[in-house]
Design a protein around this ligand. Structure first.
Ligand code: C2E
Ligand code: MG
Length: 466
């Protein structure tokens, strides 16, 4: 090959996959748009991002990651038509320019695009076999169609990216078409991310504590720490919204560290005041299990600084640590248990791996997923399931906490099934540390709802629903 040709190739093609790179893809998109204007066509731009690619890279190494990207490039090329362009933008991001040359006359453009979306999703169903490893990765796609979603390449790219982002938020392994309301949502997310960067230094976080009650004695046995964010600029934002943003923005590790330190210093105060056996459960994100997150060091220091034993704090893990977490999850769990820290499975029953996790690791308790408790009075199936989970968990020597107990009927059912611990709005909403301190634990009050505060303390700030 001539030097000039080689130079040309390097400038326009991705060296790993041999697909057009961002620069050539942008040129092709511009050409496609010129043609579309002239001939009244509706080309579509598709943004594709792989789900869990980072996990593959972290777990199996970069060589396997690279081989996987090559395979993905080849499957995508097979899904596209010859007149389409498949490009790699970098990392695990791909772009497809789907021209409108062969669309059946008068067929709605979305229909043709849907076919391609389905074909791409389907093509990822078969695992990728790389170096003897069977890898399951899925794609998230976003579509923006010319001219309705933008009439220049820059707008179309931005909108296809926004739509792809929506696919991720809606559970991944999916495609979404751009719609203008996504821009407002994307802006909200960006604002939240920007504000989150300063939330710790501005001291905007606080922790609320929700009592967990022993069904036998009626006493508070422990509390769950639930993070609250009262943002100066945006108002109160729910953790269900901001925690995933913090995770994606790489902010969850320092935030999680702050939660652990604050909880330990609070438990110390309660214990010093005579509440000797109180302990607090803390939710931990999968990202806190990555090696550089130093979860063990953070916990050891927080316990040491407050002169607390390991029984002061327990960790709530979700099954997603095993898919999103780094490859040292098993090792970290072992170390936590050596330290004497008890582990709970949060949202038990949310994923298909629940049972095998109990088999593999020594958890102390499980929390039955709220949605099962919610449907107790309306679904016989859920009733049977909850009964079976309680029985099975006891058989395994684990304790069971029912989360989201909202009614007397639910409480009665769970007591009859001998569920040991209860948590939910019927008993108490999460409350500030000060309110929690004033809860009288000498008298059992569980079965007298209203005895303990049922309202989350009002900060007086406006609420933002995200
Ligand atoms: P989760 O761990 O499943 O926590 C329970 C959620 O259910 C809390 O929502 C709690 O306020 C709510 N809840 C409790 N009882 C009831 C009830 O009877 N009815 C209803 N409808 N809801 C009830 P919250 O505080 O909004 O937290 C949502 C999620 O955010 C938590 O779910 C947890 O996954 C996450 N989260 C909260 N704090 C932290 C934190 O410090 N770190 C991390 N990584 N995640 C956190
Ligand atoms: Mg929890």
């Amino acid at each position: 090959m001539l030097v000039a040709d080689e130079f040309q190739k390097q400038a326009n093609f991705d060296s790993l996959t041999n697909l057009p790179n961002r620069s050539l893809a942008t040129d092709r998109l511009n050409q496609t748009l010129v043609k579309a204007k002239r001939r009244n066509l509706k080309p579509c731009l598709a943004f594709l991002d792989l789900d869990n690619f980072k996990y593959v890279n972290d777990t199996f190494g970069h060589a396997v990651g690279d081989a996987l990207l090559k395979e993905v490039a080849s499957r995508l090329t097979d899904c596209a038509r010859e007149s389409d362009t498949v490009a790699r933008l970098g990392g695990d991001e791909f772009l497809l320019i789907l021209d409108d040359e062969n669309t059946v006359k008068n067929e709605k453009r979305e229909i043709g695009v849907r076919h391609i979306g389905d074909r791409i999703i389907e093509s990822f169903e078969k695992p990728f076999i790389i170096d003897g490893n069977e890898l399951k990765v899925t794609p998230s796609l976003g579509f923006a169609i010319y001219p309705q979603d933008g009439d220049d390449s820059e707008t179309l790219m931005r909108h296809a990216d926004t739509a792809m982002y929506r696919s991720k938020q809606e559970g991944k392994n999916a495609y979404c078409f751009y719609s203008p309301d996504m821009t407002a949502k994307a802006k909200m997310r960006m604002d939240v991310e920007e504000q989150l960067q300063h939330a710790l230094e501005r001291k905007e976080f606080s922790i609320h504590y929700q009592p967990i009650i022993d069904a036998k004695s009626g006493n508070i046995i422990k509390a769950e720490a639930l993070l609250r964010w009262d943002c100066e600029a945006l108002g109160s934002i729910t953790p269900g919204y901001f925690i995933p943003v913090a995770e994606e923005a790489g902010l969850i590790v320092p935030i999680g560290c702050w939660v652990i330190q604050s909880v330990c210093s609070q438990v110390k105060k309660w214990r010093d005041a005579g509440w000797d056996d109180i302990c607090v459960t803390v939710n931990v994100s999968p990202y806190q299990f990555q090696a550089n997150a130093r979860l063990i060091v953070i916990l050891e220091k927080a316990l040491q600084d407050n002169d607390l034993a390991a029984d002061a704090i327990q960790l709530e893990l979700t099954e997603s640590i095993f898919t999103k977490g780094a490859n040292n999850v098993a090792e970290t769990i072992k170390q936590l248990q050596l330290m004497g820290i008890k582990l709970l499975v949060n949202d038990f029953g949310a994923g298909v791996e629940s049972l095998s996790l109990l088999q593999q690791y020594n958890f102390d308790s499980i929390k039955i997923k709220r949605s099962y408790i919610e449907k107790l009075s309306t679904s016989k199936k859920d009733e049977k399931l909850v009964k079976a989970v309680i029985a099975m968990t006891k058989e395994l020597g684990l304790t069971v906490i029912s989360e989201g107990v909202e009614t007397k009927e639910q409480l009665d059912f769970l007591i009859a099934e001998q569920c040991e611990y209860m948590q939910g709005y019927y008993l108490s909403k999460p409350v500030s540390a000060a309110t929690f301190s004033s809860l009288d634990n000498d008298e059992p009050y569980v079965f007298v709802p209203g005895h303990i505060p049922s309202q989350e303390s009002d900060t007086g700030r406006k609420q933002v629903s995200c």
